[in-house]
Design a protein. Structure first.
Lengths: 409, 502
């Protein structure tokens, strides 16, 4: 008998996760992984936050805990605390019971559940995502049945925000279209609008009746302040309008593999929110029935215990500060080497990633000659750098940039 | 199943009529608009008034939500008016704020299975019994965390990081899981012919396979047994794979309708995809015998059908994981290529951890690599990579021979307790002098007993006796204890004693 799947071709490696696969295969002792956005310590090690370890121990020692199924929408306590984290204390929408929240599998899962809900219940089926965006966004929305368009975002000449282009493109979008917004620390560019720009974006989106869908994967991780990083989302919610928010605890709580996240849908009225919640269950049940309990329990333990919460804020700021310091060090190292070009974007951009502006040839060169692994769009994860490895990276960038086979970066 | 009023509507006809009407009404509206003098601010509900007049008393609420995109796709800018019309609200002059995008979202029906537990929890009656959801309970009616699991967690906590797993999940956990399904010394594992990924328990494994089937065999359908776990239908539907059914349960004998099942297998087009429950069929507890499995396997060969096994209860059915995998071993002997969804929810009590595995048997290693890569491509836009904790528990237990022995013992204890409860329930009913036959309670296997109770009898059990189960009469034997079996038997006897058949 032949296999019914005999004709299946091998899929290409995921561009982001594939970087780590290639890195792992490399035997060089000086290899550097600047691919996937997972935080590393100065020693280049993964980090489990102390407060997470505490929460874990607490859970393990609690003999009364069982492993029963969570409800379809997940751990209720976690959902409430999650909504509060992103929307803020005293948020009117929460107090008025206008927020439907579902625990989902990290940011990806929250986006996918939200997208499937939109594909089923929303009258418009086009979502606008920034150019560029995290590679998986396109796949998530397409798999859910939405059609994806882009709006201008990154300006390669300034390595900053193409604000005019953004306003024009969103202004031209049909009424009711969905818009994906990176709440902070845009991935992959690290380029965020200023608060003034956010206000203009908000006004435009509301006046055109566009539906905002926030991807919040770095709250607290970008500036070091949970509240500051949540400002754009809160501005939109404060105007009384509706939106979706996908939250992830992968980076800011270091819970990566536990897949902890939440999808919140802010509605105009409480009865609407409750109906929306019921329909979210119908999306989730045929996908995985109910979400995994372990990570969300850790997160809830930390969020609801004020000592642990404070501890978390401190550790979070430390991670953010280390990254900001790596930016400064890399910038200084390139300046010291006299590497041609303007590298100020390294310190202007925010969050885990820097969009270096290097092209794929230069990236390939750096991988081959310097064993530096990054995505071919020139994105480097600052979290993967340390004071020890900055010189190596600076050397590699310098070499790549001063090679003869390019015109301008 | 009660027909919902909405589903009685002739959707196709009405949708076309409405679309025509909208198109016409839009043209008329635009003409009228042009005729009006330049106004900077128009009455915000002008179109809605026009629309309402045109369509009169048609109740949009009679149409399911799916009509909305159809209705409004030809028409931009007036969807707010349609929404208002749908909510039945009349125009409010001067209302300035836009209404919710979700005004017309209907409240979803409660999940038939999980809704039972919700209702149970809300009941204050001290005698209440939950024989609804299939989660194991000990003889005190309490959830159980296996000792081997507690030990595994002690070893894990504080020692490992929480980095992302690869998209395909924990390699170690998948390896151990394949051994359970395919045999510890399976040549197929050695030859790397099995494409396998960690999945979100059984549901996640089925959904990944359904998405995979849709993408690579887009013209295929799935044959699903009647009855089956309700969520199977949801899964393949959301994956956009058309469904057909095949005969399975025989109500009169409360056993397998083998002849009809074989007919359906024979009559299906060659190369059809079939969903099979590997053991402990949910919800009926009725499994084919070994001889019947051999016949099924033979016929599948003749027809070139693809078997997809949902194995959620390995070890849990008979107490012996090897025995419970018999159907799979038969298909292996006969040289089929098939797929398996495995779950650790019940047999390791890891319910909420969402640990499972999807495997697809291939012709060779190259094909397995290709298939696995494609499965990962489907997982990436769903959740990127699977949760690590539960997988760690599984691999810790299964890769430690001593801990694995503990697990096997604990699984047998759970299975034995359930078998004991079956005997007790049947015994009690017979002792009460029930006029009906309750043989099926001990003939059936696994967590569930398809009692044969009617929905009305189930309602009586709930309303009068505070006994909670799904309305198809499925009893979760795991919820039966020495403490409540007599009460349960008495109640069942009470609602069935006047029935000549059940």
């Amino acid at each position: 008998m032949d296999s019914v799947f005999a004709a299946i071709a091998q899929a290409p490696e995921d561009p982001i996760l594939g970087v780590t696969v290639a890195y792992n295969k490399d035997p060089s002792p000086i290899k550097l992984n600047l691919g996937v956005g997972a935080y590393r310590t100065e020693e280049g090690k993964p980090l489990v936050l102390n407060v997470v370890r505490k929460a874990e121990q607490f859970l393990v020692n609690d003999q009364s805990r069982v492993k029963e199924y969570l409800p379809i929408l997940g751990l209720a306590e976690f959902n409430k605390l999650s909504a509060k984290l992103i929307l803020g204390d005293g948020c009117a929408a929460i107090e008025e019971n206008r927020v439907a929240t579902a625990q989902c599998l990290s940011g990806t899962g929250s986006l996918r559940v939200g997208a499937e809900f939109l594909a089923k219940h929303y009258h418009q089926h086009t979502i606008y995502i920034p150019l560029p965006s995290w590679g998986n966004h396109l796949k998530v929305f397409t798999m859910a049945g939405l059609s994806v368009k882009t709006y201008r975002y990154y300006d390669p000449t300034t390595r900053g925000l193409n604000f005019q282009g953004l306003l024009e493109d969103l202004g031209a979008a049909p009424a009711g279209a969905m818009v994906l917004l990176h709440a902070c620390a845009h991935n992959p560019t690290g380029v965020d609008p200023t608060l003034e720009q956010w206000e203009q974006i908000r006004q435009l989106i509301r006046s055109k009746g566009l539906l905002p869908f926030f991807d919040s994967a770095y709250q607290g991780f970008a500036s070091g302040s949970l509240d500051a990083d949540a400002q754009p989302v809160r501005m939109f919610v404060a105007d009384g309008g509706e939106c979706l928010v996908a939250q992830s605890y992968a980076k800011n709580m270091g819970l990566y593999g536990e897949r902890v996240g939440a999808l919140s849908i802010v509605c105009k009225a409480a009865d609407v929110a409750s109906r929306v919640e019921s329909q979210l269950k119908l999306v989730i049940r045929p996908m995985y029935s109910n979400p995994p309990i372990h990570g969300a329990s850790i997160a809830a333990t930390i969020l609801k215990n004020s000592d642990m919460y404070d501890e978390w804020k401190i550790e979070l700021k430390a991670m953010a500060d280390r990254i900001i310091s790596m930016r400064k060090q890399l910038f200084d190292a390139l300046s010291a080497r006299g590497t041609p070009g303007d590298w100020s974007h390294i310190i202007k951009q925010i969050g885990m990633f820097t969009f270096t502006g290097l092209n794929s040839d230069q990236v390939a060169f750096m991988t081959k000659e310097y064993h530096i692994y990054m995505t071919s769009d020139g994105r480097i994860s600052m979290a993967g750098l340390s004071s020890k490895t900055v010189p190596h990276l600076a050397d590699a960038i310098h070499a790549a940039v001063t090679r003869g086979c390019y015109k301008q970066i | 199943m009660k027909q919902n009023k909405r589903s009685n509507c002739n959707l196709q006809g009405n949708e076309t009529n409405l679309r025509d009407k909208i198109v016409i009404s839009r043209k008329q509206y635009q003409i009228q608009r042009r005729k009006r003098s330049n106004k900077t601010s128009e009455h915000p509900h002008a179109f809605q008034d026009h629309f309402n007049k045109l369509l009169g008393g048609i109740r949009f609420a009679d149409f399911p939500y799916m009509s909305i995109p159809t209705l409004t796709s030809t028409f931009v800018g007036g969807e707010m008016a349609i929404r208002r019309a749908m909510s039945g609200r009349t125009a409010v002059v001067g209302a300035r704020s836009m209404s919710s995008w979700w005004r017309s979202v209907e409240p979803a029906p409660k999940d038939p299975i999980l809704g039972v537990t919700e209702a149970f929890l809300a009941d204050p009656n001290p005698d209440k019994v939950n024989v609804g959801v299939g989660a194991y309970r000990d003889d005190n009616g309490k959830p159980v965390v296996l000792e081997c699991v507690r030990e595994a967690e002690r070893r894990i906590a504080g020692h490992l990081n929480m980095e992302y797993l690869p998209m395909g999940g924990s390699v170690k956990m998948v390896e151990e899981t394949l051994k359970l399904a395919y045999g510890v010394n399976s040549e197929l594992i050695k030859d790397k012919r099995i494409a396998a990924v960690q999945a979100l328990s059984g549901t996640g494994a089925c959904r990944l396979f359904a998405d995979f089937q849709k993408r690579f065999r887009p013209d295929s359908q799935i044959y699903i047994p009647v009855p089956t776990w309700a969520n199977h239908h949801n899964i393949w539907r959301d994956a956009h794979v058309p469904q057909k059914t095949y005969h399975y349960y025989h109500p009169e004998s409360r056993g397998l309708d083998f002849a009809a099942m074989m007919d359906d297998i024979k009559n299906a087009p060659n190369g059809s995809f079939f969903l099979l429950h590997a053991c402990a069929h949910n919800p009926t507890g009725v499994d084919p015998s070994e001889e019947q499995w051999r016949e099924i396997s033979h016929e599948f060969k003749v027809k070139g059908h693809f078997a997809f096994f949902d194995m959620a209860y390995q070890g849990f059915a008979s107490g012996d994981p090897e025995r419970d995998a018999k159907s799979i071993r038969i298909f292996l002997e006969d040289g089929h290529y098939f797929g398996i969804a495995q779950s650790y929810a019940k047999n390791m009590g890891l319910y909420g951890q969402r640990v499972g595995c999807l495997s697809v048997l291939c012709e060779d290693e190259k094909q397995a690599v290709a298939v696995k890569s494609q499965l990962q491509q489907l997982a990436r836009p769903m959740y990127s990579n699977p949760p690590v904790h539960g997988a760690l528990i599984v691999s810790t237990i299964l890769s430690d021979p001593d801990l694995k022995k503990v697990w096997l013992k604990e699984v047998k204890v759970m299975a034995d307790r359930i078998i004991g409860m079956r005997t007790a329930l049947r015994g009690n009913l017979e002792k009460l002098g029930s006029p009906l036959s309750w043989q099926h309670i001990t003939n059936q296997i696994g967590m569930f007993c398809y009692s044969g109770l009617t929905p009305e009898q189930v309602d009586r059990l709930t309303n009068e006796f505070h006994i909670y189960m799904t309305r198809n009469g499925r009893i979760s034997m795991a919820g039966v204890t020495t403490g409540n079996v007599e009460y349960l038997a008495t109640a069942i006897h009470e609602v069935t004693k006047s029935a000549s058949t059940c």
